[in-house]
Design a protein around this ligand. Structure first.
Ligand code: GLA
Length: 387
């Protein structure tokens, strides 16, 4: 999205003084899928695509909002207990309320927003939108220092839980708020400690292939997956009253075996993926430390297999893209994000890149009559004020 266009539309919809411009990115995740709400590690980075918004306090108690991409307008009172119906505005409404709960005195504002993160591609367009408003509204309405970046992350996550119906973890909002150009971040979702990780895979590229199968996480089997994990964690806790088992982070392979008689076979399958993914993230950390990208790639394929067979969040199209990557000799490939559609993330040797992209596009189009979109990954900055 071009900032000048955004300002032009704003001036047209809401004449008068120009507002401030804020931006917040979508994300990729190298490895560590569905581990965030299990207290595990994730490895995301912000991308250069994101959401941009012009926001201007309007001196009333009303919010007036226009989404350029959806060509949709809504207005509501800041204190309205129900809020707007359309999903894209519910994100804005929810974030404003969550900021208010955290002590920011949000009043009425006018806003125009747009983005270039493909919707439903597993690149967290919703977190980009939430983080953009969490950052912007805090900047405009907070008295004194305002809330911390972590509070912005949590306000975005609470918006998903309370206003959208998706019981997501913290990875997406974290990546959007804390992202830094050229750096991945290794986050421990349990302690919330994280470190920036320079990601310069010399000789390799990261590329996303968007299957264009739209994924919709709210009210989806995403919440069921989370519940399965919680069931197993609760069974492990019952087994060990002496220790605290908050999430599957605190469970071992032995624990899993021990509860296999008391949990459903489906729940055990889900937890098997999660425990495997914990081990894979650690293996990838070690491999990255020694610059062993072939090992990183091997683990990515294993993650795909687990997401497809045990966690069952893949679909035919994503499995097909994964098969093509394998056939082409791509180093690593897997579903990225929540699943049920969206993109694969691929770690590809420079010399294979052209052949892989050509083959993926041609073969996918021939089979599904849809052109998959190729997105080259550039790791960008997190939430910020642009102007
Ligand atoms: C979605 C959620 C995240 C995370 C991923 C899977 O993107 O929003 O919290 O659980 O799925 O890793």
């Amino acid at each position: 999205m071009n900032k000048e266009n955004l300002k032009k539309v704003f001036a047209d919809k809401f004449p008068g003084e120009m507002g401030h411009v804020y931006a917040s990115p979508g994300r990729i995740n190298l490895i560590g899928e569905h581990t965030d709400y299990n207290g595990g590690f994730v490895f995301p980075g912000a991308v250069t695509q994101g959401i941009m918004a012009v926001i201007r306090p309007n001196g009333t108690d009303k919010v007036r909002a226009y989404s350029i991409d959806l060509n949709d307008y809504a207005e509501w009172a800041v204190s309205d207990p129900a809020g707007p119906e359309a999903t894209c505005f519910r994100f804005v409404y929810g974030v404003a309320r969550e900021l208010t709960e955290r002590g920011v005195q949000v009043k009425g504002f006018d806003t125009v927003f747009a983005g270039d993160v493909p919707l439903g591609a597993g690149m967290s367009s919703s977190a980009a939108l939430e983080s953009c408003f969490a950052y912007g509204l805090n900047d405009l309405f907070a008295q004194g220092e305002g809330i911390s970046k972590w509070d912005m992350v949590l306000a975005g996550q609470a918006t998903e839980h309370k206003y959208i119906g998706c019981n997501c973890g913290i990875m997406d909002q974290f990546a959007s708020v804390f992202g830094k150009a050229g750096k991945l971040m290794r986050l421990d979702c349990n302690s919330r400690e994280f470190e920036y990780f320079p990601f310069e895979p010399k000789g390799y590229k990261l590329v996303l292939v968007n299957s264009c199968v739209k994924h919709e996480l709210a009210g989806s089997p995403y919440n069921d997956r989370r519940r399965s994990c919680e069931n197993v964690a609760a069974a492990v806790q019952a087994l060990h009253p002496d220790k605290e088992v908050k999430t599957l982070r605190d469970a071992t392979w032995e624990d899993l075996k021990a509860v296999s008689g008391t949990c459903s076979a489906e729940d055990i399958k889900r937890a098997t993926f999660v425990l495997g993914e914990k081990d894979r993230v650690l293996a990838v950390c070690e491999a990255l430390n020694r610059g062993d990208y072939e090992e990183v790639g091997r683990q990515m394929y294993l993650t795909h297999q687990g997401l497809s067979k045990d966690y069952e969040v893949s679909c035919e199209e994503l499995d097909y893209l994964n098969d093509i990557a394998k056939e082409c000799g791509v180093t690593g490939s897997r579903i990225m994000g929540g699943g049920f559609g969206g993109c694969t993330i691929n770690l590809v040797k420079d010399e294979l890149y052209d052949a892989f992209v050509k083959r993926a596009v041609e073969a996918f189009q021939a089979k599904y009559h849809v052109e998959p979109k190729i997105i080259d990954v550039v790791i960008g900055d997190g939430s910020r004020r642009i102007e």
